[in-house]
Write a protein that binds this ligand. Structure first.
Ligand SMILES: Cc1cc2nc3c(=O)[nH]c(=O)nc-3n(C[C@H](O)[C@H](O)[C@H](O)COP(=O)(O)OP(=O)(O)OC[C@H]3O[C@@H](n4cnc5c(N)ncnc54)[C@H](O)[C@@H]3O)c2cc1C
Length: 394
C-alpha cells in the first residue's frame, strides 16, 4: 500500500468547487481567511442551464462582490406569468421589474449557471491563485480533538481545523457524518434545454418568466445571457427512473411526445432545442436533516439540503449558507459554537424551503385557482426574498 503523504495544511478545508464551495471560499477570503478547496473533477466547470436568482441570492452575491460581474450577462425579467397549458390564458402574474427591485433592495435576475460559477471562480482565484486543487476526490476523513485530516483518491492528504462538505447532492461528507438517507424518486422527470432566442417566434422572445401549468406536468421558461438565450425546464410524471443527475441526454422527439397536447408556444420551445442539447433529469428528494455537523466537520448547500427545483432556491440557499457560515467563523472560536450558530440560523429556513418546494410542485401540476397561485407566490416570496444573509444575527 502506498504511504499517505502529508501535503496540504489549511485552517479551512472546503470539499467541492460548485456554487456553494466557491461562495464559501470567497466569503472567507473577504474576511481575510485563507482557504483550500478540493475538487474531484479535472477542471472546475458548470453544466449549461439557467438559474433564477431571487433577491435573497443577489443580496448575498452583492455582499460577496460578484453581482456587478454577473449582471453584465443577466436578464432582468419584467414579470412572472402563470399560463394555462392548453389555452395559454394568464392565470396569475407577478411584476418583477424595477418596482420589485426597489421593494426588496436587490433585483431578480435570470442568468446562465456558467456566469455565476465563473464570476465566483475568478474572484476566488484572483484572491489566491493556488487555492483550488482539482483532481482531488475526497474518499475519507478522520478527526481528532484538534485536527481534521482529509484523504484523497490520489493518496494526498490535507490537515485543517475545519472541513466543510460542499460536495453536492451525492455528498460523501454527509454520508460519513450522518446516517445514510436514501433519496427517493419523486415520479417527476424534467427535460431541459437552451436555444438561441432567434430560433423562436418574435412573441416568445420577451424578458418574462412563463410557468405553464397543466395536469401532472408543468413547464418553466425564461431568457438568460441578456435575453439572447431561452432556457426551459419541462416536467412530467414518469413512473420509473433510476439515475440521479442533470446531464443525461434525451431526444427532442421524446420531450415533444410528452407535451404533444400542450400549447403551440410550449411545443415551439421544445422543438427549437438543438438536437444534441436536450437533457433529462430525474427529480429525487430527501427529507430535511435535524443537524449537519460533527465536531470539526459540517456540510453546506445541496450536501446539507438538496431540494426540488420548483421554487428555484437550491443555489440561493447554498450562497446564503456560505455567507452565514463565514460570519459564524468570524464571530466564534470553537467548532461547537460555530456550528451551533450556523445550524440555528440555517436549518429551519432550508428545511422550510425543501418542504415548500415539494408543495410548489404540486400546485403547478394541476389547474390551480388564481387565488391559490397569487397567495402562494405572495407568501413564499416575502419569506424568501427579504432574508438578509450578510446581516442576520449569528
Ligand atoms: C437544471 C438546474 C436548474 C436549477 N435552477 C435553479 C434556480 O433557478 N435557482 C436556484 O437557486 N437553484 C437552481 N438549481 C439548483 C442549484 O443549481 C444547486 O442547488 C446548486 O448548484 C448547489 O450547489 P452546491 O455547490 O451545493 O453543489 P454542486 O453544484 O453539485 O457542487 C458540488 C461540487 O462538489 C464536487 N464533489 C462532489 N464530490 C466530491 C468529492 N468526493 N471530492 C471532491 N469534490 C467533490 C463536485 O464535482 C461539484 O463540483 C438548479 C439546478 C439544476 C440542475
Amino acid at each position: 500500500m502506498k504511504k499517505l503523504q502529508n501535503i496540504y495544511k489549511s485552517k479551512y478545508i472546503i470539499i467541492g468547487a460548485g456554487i456553494g464551495g466557491l461562495s464559501l471560499a470567497l466569503a472567507l477570503q473577504k474576511l481575510n481567511k485563507k482557504v483550500l478547496i478540493f475538487e474531484k473533477a479535472p477542471e472546475v466547470k458548470e453544466v449549461g442551464a439557467g438559474v433564477m436568482l431571487t433577491p435573497n441570492a443577489t443580496r448575498s452575491l452583492d455582499y460577496l462582490g460578484v453581482l456587478k460581474e454577473i449582471e453584465k450577462d443577466a436578464t432582468l425579467p419584467k414579470r412572472t406569468v402563470v399560463r394555462h397549458y392548453k389555452t395559454g390564458q394568464e392565470m396569475s402574474t407577478t411584476d418583477l421589474g424595477n418596482g420589485f427591485t426597489k421593494r426588496y433592495g436587490h433585483p431578480y435576475y435570470d442568468v446562465h449557471r456558467v456566469n455565476i460559477h465563473s464570476s465566483l471562480y475568478n474572484s476566488v482565484k484572483r484572491n489566491d491563485p493556488d487555492c483550488i486543487k482539482v483532481n482531488h476526490e475526497l474518499i475519507d476523513f478522520d478527526q481528532s480533538e484538534n485536527v481534521v485530516t482529509a484523504k484523497f483518491k490520489n493518496n494526498l492528504v490535507a490537515e485543517g481545523d475545519f472541513l466543510i462538505g460542499c460536495d453536492g447532492i451525492h455528498s460523501l461528507v454527509r454520508k460519513i457524518i450522518k446516517a445514510s438517507d436514501n433519496p427517493h424518486y419523486t415520479g417527476n422527470l424534467a427535460w431541459r434545454g437552451l436555444m438561441p432566442i432567434e430560433s423562436l417566434p418574435f412573441h416568445q422572445r420577451g424578458p418574462e418568466i412563463t410557468i405553464w401549468i397543466g395536469p401532472k406536468k408543468h413547464v418553466v421558461e425564461y431568457t438568460v445571457k441578456s435575453g439572447k438565450i431561452k432556457n426551459y425546464v419541462a416536467i412530467s410524471n414518469v413512473k420509473d427512473w433510476h439515475e440521479e443527475g442533470w446531464t443525461v441526454r434525451s431526444s427532442v422527439h421524446q420531450a415533444l411526445t410528452e407535451f404533444n397536447d400542450w400549447h403551440e408556444d410550449v411545443r415551439n420551445i421544445i422543438s427549437a432545442t438543438p438536437h444534441n442539447e436536450c437533457y433529462k433529469w430525474g427529480l429525487f428528494d430527501r427529507n430535511p436533516l435535524s443537524s449537519w455537523s460533527e465536531n470539526r466537520v459540517t456540510i453546506l448547500g445541496d450536501a446539507a439540503h438538496p431540494m426540488l427545483p420548483f421554487m428555484a432556491q437550491g443555489a440561493a440557499m447554498s450562497i446564503e449558507d456560505a455567507v452565514v457560515l463565514s460570519r459564524c467563523f468570524l464571530q466564534y472560536e470553537y467548532p461547537k459554537e460555530i456550528f451551533e450558530s450556523y445550524e440555528a440560523e440555517r436549518i429551519e429556513r432550508t428545511a422550510w424551503c425543501q418542504l415548500q418546494s415539494r408543495e410548489a410542485g404540486q400546485l403547478f401540476q394541476k389547474i390551480s385557482s388564481r387565488e391559490d397561485l397569487d397567495s402562494d407566490r405572495a407568501q413564499r416570496g416575502r419569506i424568501l426574498y427579504e432574508y438578509d444573509a450578510p446581516r442576520v444575527k449569528v
